[in-house]
Design a protein around this ligand. Structure first.
Ligand code: ATR
Length: 283
């Protein structure tokens, strides 16, 4: 038996908690890794209403679950229920993964920033090479900003429809590399950025589209969209048509699950084309 096999927990059970949860791709992607690793663990999607969250989590701890991922609307409640949180969760102010210790203690982690960063670096983006611009100031933006600053981004332009929220994000992060710009900057983008990233829900199927003029970007800039339904958003399509390099949002979902799988099931896993195709239903 190798070391990884010894670390794997036979019959381990984990889940994603959401309200609703049926749309979550997490059971599909963790299920892929369980089969790939030939493990007998399980990963479930559990619908848990907001007022049942705390009792639900305590019940899962008592029944021996290894931990849970949490999605909308539980990320703040997850922060509150945790006995301890990691540095990323602390900085972002939200928890997306609860890991249950053998002693019943609950560790809160945030792997969204890890997922955001690894999706970009996997695609070939060097986030330390120059300034980035992030659109949005919600929870996803906080994860993106934390990821970029932690990875050495030298200057970060932030813009949001409601400027006060961008200012609040800058003050919360207390990092003078963040510069808040007016929302109409989207029509005259800074010409020195290596990465433009959308963290709003604009561009998602059924939502409005983002009004951005990409022509001012350097020809070697990257454009990233956190939205992955559709996989190619109007923003990414416009960027591709201009010859700019693009990174879609599905990779963030896949990468944020890697540390959670390792914590729940004790095996190291990777994001492969086979995983991506499985999650997209393309096999
Ligand atoms: P999440 O946690 O997924 O980031 P959120 O906290 O609700 O979700 O944040 C949503 C982001 O999308 C915000 O930056 C929001 O801008 P406001 O702060 O001005 O609300 C942005 N957003 C949503 N709809 C938008 C729209 N129609 N135009 C511009 N920005 C929009």
């Amino acid at each position: 038996m190798d070391e990884q096999r010894q670390a794997a927990v036979p019959g381990a059970i984990a889940a994603v908690l959401g309200w609703p949860v049926a749309h979550s791709l997490s059971p599909k992607l963790h299920g892929f890794w369980l089969r790939e690793q030939n493990l007998d663990g399980s990963y479930l999607g559990l619908p848990v209403a907001p007022d049942a969250f705390e009792a639900g989590v305590r019940g899962l701890v008592a029944t021996g679950f290894r931990g849970v991922n949490v999605t909308v609307p539980h990320k703040l409640a997850a922060l509150q229920i945790a006995d301890a949180v990691d540095a990323a969760a602390q900085a972002i102010g939200a928890v997306n993964t609860l890991v249950f210790g053998d002693d019943g203690r609950i560790l809160g982690r945030n792997t969204d920033a890890y997922g955001f960063l690894n999706n970009l670096t996997d695609a070939g983006v060097d986030v330390a090479a120059g300034p980035a611009m992030i659109i949005g100031a919600g929870g996803a933006a906080r994860a993106a900003v934390h990821a970029l600053l932690s990875a050495g981004c030298p200057r970060l332009y932030l813009t949001n429809r409601t400027p006060e929220k961008a200012v609040g994000l800058r003050e919360g992060m207390a990092d003078d590399r963040i510069h808040v710009l007016p929302f109409n900057t989207l029509n005259s983008l800074p010409d020195d950025i290596v990465l433009l990233g959308n963290t709003t829900s604009l561009g998602m199927a059924g939502k409005g589209t983002l009004d951005v003029t990409l022509t001012g970007l350097p020809s070697d800039a990257w454009v990233h969209d956190i939205v992955y339904v559709p996989l190619e958003t109007p923003l990414l399509r416009a960027a591709r048509r201009l010859g700019l390099r693009t990174v879609d949002g599905l990779g963030m979902l896949l990468h944020q699950a890697v540390p959670a799988f390792e914590a729940f099931f004790g095996r190291q896993v990777t994001v492969s084309d086979a995983l991506r195709n499985h999650v997209l239903g393309r096999e």
